[in-house]
Design a protein around this ligand. Structure first.
Ligand code: PLP
Length: 381
């Protein structure tokens, strides 16, 4: 019999994946499920990126690369970050198989047993698991009473953090809420981080998906350049989830520590995928714009449909998620939504927000409309 590690015993399987598995089972039984549970754009990867990946394979880019990533891609990422106002160099970047691995490596590098890590709830499911795997202790600030915004919760954040805080995780635009935090909120984070000398992960994976609001990178605020780890990836902006490509940017001292984990675990991100990444980062502006326009139209349609039905949703300014208020027992609600209305959503409690369900609007307008109608007809709204 296996004697499993305490570490792995501390975490649960991903709740979002559990729901999509259930949706998959129903579909296998011939049920037409509207699956709004997945965090995956419903667009194909841009054609030129696919071609760049194929060309790289044909050109023989199929071996290991240098562990932190090919220079061409790290240079392209550094240039992109400089365009965002971050004073980045290629040597401050590790290219990873997905933003998830970048987060995992960062948390393993920064968090020791018993270190305090602060999350802003509702928070993406994997932060908690990653912190627990690293042995950290979680503290949480609940943004639900503030329409998921950070600025009105700064006092609570100030009460939560202390000189014992090791790390704060900020994710704007947010999964699961779609909230984009104001510059004033980020300045508030900066003041606290500097005061109490803690590090901040800024997960900016949805940064390009915003609707009429500006996203500011946390590392651009004075005092943050030496304490911010910026995480980003190609999955969401360029519809490249299955390619597995992301990165972290941080001061070189952190890169050399995290680089050890990187080289001893994944070795490097896939070679030809990194080449495709250069094309994605330098040559996809119009494709990204088209996807963002489509998401915005769907968001507007959904907000209107919920509004017409008296469901009070906070209008998300970014990403492609929306939290809808449901029954107190959100797990039960989601179970019924999938079993009876055949609409798959994720219970808010998976993100630390009981009483809500998260829907992803990475689906066509017709399917989204169908989903709201099914929920409404089933008396669930
Ligand atoms: N961060 C957030 C907030 C996410 O929602 C996701 C994906 O769902 C990731 C990071 C990781 O994405 P990937 O590993 O595909 O780059």
């Amino acid at each position: 019999e296996f004697d499993f590690s305490d570490r792995v015993g501390r975490v649960e399987p991903s709740a979002t994946l559990a729901i999509s598995n259930l949706a998959g089972e129903l579909e296998a039984d011939g049920v037409d499920v509207v699956d709004l549970s997945v965090g995956e754009p419903d667009f194909p990867t841009p054609e030129n990126v696919i071609r760049a990946g194929q060309a790289a394979m044909d050109a023989g880019h199929t071996g290991y690369t240098s562990s932190n990533g090919i220079t061409e891609l790290r240079e392209a990422i550094a240039e992109k970050l400089r365009g965002d106002g971050i004073d980045a160099e290629a040597g401050e970047i590790i290219v990873t198989p997905g933003g998830k691995q970048a987060l995992f490596e960062t948390i393993q590098t920064v968090v020791d047993d018993g270190d305090e890590v602060v999350l802003l709830d509702p928070a993406w499911v994997s932060y908690e698991a990653m912190v627990k795997l690293a042995g950290g202790d979680l503290s949480r600030v609940d943004l639900s009473p503030h329409e998921f915004q950070l600025e009105p919760a700064l006092d609570e954040l100030a009460d939560t953090v202390s000189d014992d805080t090791e790390l704060l995780v900020v994710n704007s635009p947010s999964n699961p809420t779609g909230a984009v935090y104001s510059d004033a909120a980020l300045e508030g984070v900066r003041d606290l981080a500097v005061d109490h000398d803690f590090a901040v992960i800024s997960d900016e994976i949805y940064e390009q998906i915003t609707y009429g609001v500006e996203h500011t990178s946390l590392a651009t605020f004075e005092g943050m350049e030496d304490r911010t780890i910026t995480i980003n990836g190609f999955s969401k902006a360029y519809s490249m989830t299955g390619w597995r490509l992301g990165y972290l940017h941080a001061p070189e001292a952190l890169i050399s520590e995290a680089g050890k984990l990187h080289s001893h675990s994944v070795s490097c991100a896939v070679n030809f995928v990194q080449h495709a990444g250069v094309e994605a980062i330098t040559n996809t502006d119009s494709a990204v714009e088209e996807m963002v326009d489509a998401f915005e139209e769907r968001r507007d349609m959904l907000v209107e449909m919920f509004d017409e039905r008296g469901v009070d949703v906070s209008t998300p300014d970014g990403a492609f998620y929306m939290m809808i208020p449901v029954a107190d027992d959100d797990q039960q609600w989601c179970e019924e939504a999938i079993q009876e209305a055949h609409v798959a959503t994720v219970p808010g409690s998976a993100f630390g927000a009981p009483g809500y369900a998260r829907i992803s609007y990475a689906a066509s307008k017709e399917r989204l409309q169908e989903a709201v109608e099914r929920l409404d007809d089933g008396g669930m709204l």
